[in-house]
Design a protein around this ligand. Structure first.
Ligand code: ATP
Ligand code: MG
Length: 342
C-alpha cells in the first residue's frame, strides 16, 4: 500500500464524486464519467461516493442514501472505472473530510453561500423555502473539503458544479492567506456536453427530478423514455420543416451519436422537412440501446457478487483515508492544533 501511494502520487490528482441518491444516468455519463474513463490512466484519480452530501437533503431517509452506495459503485465498475487505476471511496468512511469542512466553514459567510446559483436552483426545486437544512446550504463547503483533502488539481464535472469549484478556490485562497500555503487551487474539466437535459426537456437530467435514463435501464424503459422526449411542438406533419435548436432528440444525438456527419445530415433534413419525429427517435433509440446493452450486462454480472464490490470500496476508502489524513496533519499544523504533539 505504501508503494502504491508513493508511486501514484507522482501523477496529478483528479477527484470527482456522485451523490448516492439513485443509480447513475446518461447525464453523469456525458458530464463526468466519460472524462473519468479517459483520465484514469494518466492521473491519480479518486472517485468519491458522497453519502454525507446526499444526507443533506435526505436526512429523514438515510436508507435511501446507504442503499444507493452499492448501486453507484456498480455503475462505476460497469462503465469501466477500473479500481486498479482509480481509487473508489466512501465519503463517510473518512472522518478527516468532515473535520476539514469544520475549518473551512469559518472562512465563508452565509451571504456567500446563499448566492451560489446551483444551490439556489436546488433549494427552489426541493421546495425548502425558509426551511433550508443548514447542512444543505453548506454542502459546497463540504465539497471543497473533499477536493482539497486530496489536494486535487482537476475535477471533471458537469456545468452545475462550476460555482462549487469557484467556491473551493475562494476557500483555498482564504485558507492559505490565513494559515499558510497548504491547499492547492483546483481546475474544473468541463466535458463537451456539460449539461444534458432531462427527457422532459428540463434544463438538467437529474436523479432528483425523475427525468433521467439510468445507465442500467432495461430496453423497454429506454424505449419509453425516447418515446416521451420533446421534439419541436410546431413540427406537426412529417413534411413540415422542423426546429433543431431546443429539440431534445437532437441534443441527445449530439451527445451520443459518434457519427457527426450523419447527425448533420439529419439536422439538415429535419430543417427542410420530410423527416418524421418517429424515424428520428428510432435512430436515437438504436444508438442508446447499443450503448447501454454492454453496460447493463456487466452490471448484472457484477451484481451477483456485492461482497466483492464492497471489498473494492473498503480498500479504496482505506487508501484514500491515508491521503486525506496526510493533508489534515498539515492543516492542523498550520492552525496550531497540535496540543499533544512533541
Ligand atoms: P441529484 O439529483 O441527487 O443531485 P444528480 O443527478 O444531480 O443527482 P450528482 O450526483 O449531483 O447527480 O452529480 C454528479 C456529477 O454528475 C456532477 O459532476 C454533475 O455535474 C454531473 N452531472 C449530473 N447530472 C448531469 C447532467 N444532466 N449533465 C451533465 N453532467 C451531469
Ligand atoms: Mg446534483
Amino acid at each position: 500500500m505504501q508503494h502504491y501511494l508513493s508511486r501514484a502520487s507522482e501523477k496529478p490528482i483528479v477527484l470527482t464524486g456522485d451523490r448516492p441518491t439513485g443509480p447513475l444516468h446518461l447525464g453523469h455519463y456525458v458530464g463526468s464519467l466519460r472524462s473519468r474513463l479517459s483520465l484514469q490512466e494518466n492521473y491519480q484519480q479518486f472517485v468519491l461516493i458522497a453519502d454525507l452530501q446526499a444526507l443533506t437533503d435526505n436526512a429523514e431517509n438515510p436508507g435511501k442514501v446507504t442503499g444507493n452506495v452499492l448501486e453507484v459503485a456498480l455503475d462505476y465498475l460497469a462503465v469501466g472505472i477500473d479500481p486498479a487505476q482509480t481509487t473508489i471511496c466512501i465519503q463517510s468512511q473518512m472522518p478527516e473530510l468532515a473535520e476539514l469542512s469544520m475549518y473551512l466553514l469559518n472562512l465563508v459567510t452565509v451571504a456567500q453561500l446563499e448566492r451560489n446559483p446551483t444551490v439556489k436552483d436546488e433549494i427552489r426545486q426541493r421546495g425548502f423555502r425558509r426551511n433550508i437544512p443548514a447542512g444543505f446550504l453548506t454542502y459546497p463547503v463540504s465539497q471543497a473539503a473533499d477536493i482539497t483533502a486530496f489536494k486535487a488539481r482537476y475535477v471533471p464535472v458537469g456545468e452545475d458544479q462550476l460555482p462549487m469549484i469557484e467556491q473551493t478556490n475562494e476557500l483555498v485562497r482564504k485558507f492559505n492567506r490565513s494559515y499558510g500555503d497548504v491547499l492547492p487551487e483546483v481546475e474544473a474539466i468541463l466535458s463537451r456536453v456539460s449539461r444534458l437535459p432531462g427527457v422532459d426537456g428540463k434544463t438538467k437530467m437529474s436523479k432528483s427530478l425523475g427525468n433521467a435514463i439510468p445507465l442500467c435501464a432495461e430496453p423497454d424503459e429506454i424505449h419509453r423514455a425516447v418515446e416521451r422526449m420533446y421534439t419541436d411542438s410546431g413540427h406537426l406533419r412529417v413534411s413540415d420543416p422542423g426546429k433543431v435548436e431546443g429539440n431534445v432528440v437532437f441534443m441527445y444525438l449530439d451527445a451520443f451519436e459518434e457519427n457527426t456527419a450523419l447527425v448533420d445530415e439529419l439536422k439538415a433534413h429535419y430543417r427542410r422537412g420530410g423527416l418524421g419525429d418517429g424515424t428520428l427517435k428510432q435512430m436515437l433509440e438504436v444508438r442508446l440501446q447499443e450503448m447501454l446493452a454492454p453496460i447493463r450486462e456487466r452490471r448484472h454480472q457484477l451484481a451477483h457478487d456485492p461482497g466483492q464490490v464492497m471489498d473494492i470500496l473498503r480498500e479504496g476508502s482505506e487508501v484514500a483515508r491515508q491521503v486525506a489524513a496526510r493533508t489534515l496533519a498539515e492543516v492542523r499544523h498550520a492552525l496550531g492544533l497540535e496540543y499533544f504533539c512533541r
